[in-house]
Design a protein around this ligand. Structure first.
Ligand code: NAP
Length: 281
């Protein structure tokens, strides 16, 4: 395998925060549908392997996934970069504070490392951001960010709170959907905002089949480095300094596979081959 120079897990500063996070984290969407004990085992195995950025949301399983995550991190909270999200309907001036308190309780912790608005909804953005700033001042969250924001949304948020406040924007990003590259990514890069890519594998069974042209392109790069196609995708999704990836894996063997991408560095030939297979449209 081609590795990062010191073979240590690749860490990146998370937006405006002083905290460093691994370039690959762990998502938790739909874990309420998976075998609970296996999910907890998988999340803990990920933590052991350096996948310490955990992404969850009050939405997931109506809070059941936050409870599951709380159990997985019990006794090791300080080693985790913990992110949760408020539902748009709960994101009012007071509602967001109450929602955060409920999330903290389910997660068994006294603070989140980052708290996100899951997507824009009916509540005025000014109210949500006022609540986020109050939560940060109170020490309930260490930073806040947004999710599924386009450039117009980001500009509105920046106008409301001033520059340097948004820690991250969590958005859909995988080789077959590169939409963020034409607006959101450069906007965030210019301001030091972390861009956290979700659904790196295309989600809903969308990963390129190995007998398809795209699957073969991934396999060629994977074979060259002695890694899996999923590891190639994770290295690609996190290939620039602003980018982080949060694959979800409820099976420990998947977590182990994903964690190996922490040490995979793609070279210029790999990136060119992937560019040909997954061109930016
Ligand atoms: P994903 O991470 O792209 O794909 C998850 C699927 O890939 C699961 O079926 C998982 O299987 C499988 N998988 C994981 N690692 C694998 C491996 N090494 N080999 C083979 N299969 C593997 O999809 P996602 O859950 O949509 O996105 C990731 C996370 O992003 C979510 O869990 C959530 O935390 C976040 N997210 C955020 C938003 C938002 O609006 N902000 C939207 C979507 C997702 P197993 O579970 O069986 O291991």
């Amino acid at each position: 395998m081609t590795t990062t120079p010191d073979a240590a897990p690749a860490l990146r500063r998370f937006g405006r925060t002083a905290q460093e996070v691994p370039v690959i984290g762990q998502g938790t969407w739909q874990m309420e549908r998976d075998a609970r004990a296996t999910c907890i085992e998988a999340l803990r195995a990920g933590l052991d392997l350096g996948l310490t950025h955990l992404d969850t949301a009050e939405l997931y399983g109506d809070g059941r996934v936050e409870t599951l995550v709380g159990e997985a991190i019990a006794g090791r909270r300080d080693a985790v970069f913990l992110v949760s999200k408020v539902k748009p309907n709960n994101a009012g001036r007071f509602g967001a504070i109450e929602a955060c308190e409920r999330s903290l309780k389910r997660l068994g912790t006294d603070r989140l490392d980052c708290y996100l608005l899951h997507w824009r909804g009916p509540v005025p953005l000014a109210e949500t951001l006022e609540a986020f700033e109050r939560l940060e001042t109170a020490g309930k969250i260490r930073s806040w960010g947004v999710s599924n924001f386009d450039v117009a949304d980001l500009e509105e948020a920046e106008r409301l709170v001033g520059p340097g406040r948004i820690a991250c924007n969590q958005v859909l990003y995988h080789p077959e959907d590169r939409a963020i590259e034409v607006g959101v990514l450069p906007w965030c890069e210019a301001r030091g905002i972390a861009v956290v890519g979700y659904s790196p594998f295309g989600s809903r069974g969308g990963f390129p089949a190995s007998d398809s042209p795209r699957g073969r392109a991934l396999d060629a790069v994977a074979t060259k480095h002695g890694v899996s196609a999923r590891q190639v995708v994770l290295a690609w999704v996190s290939r620039t300094p602003a980018l982080l990836a949060i694959p979800k894996a409820s099976r420990p063997e998947h977590v182990r596979d994903n964690a190996r991408a922490l040490r995979l560095a793609l070279d210029a030939d790999d990136l060119a081959a992937l560019e040909r297979a997954f061109p930016l449209r």
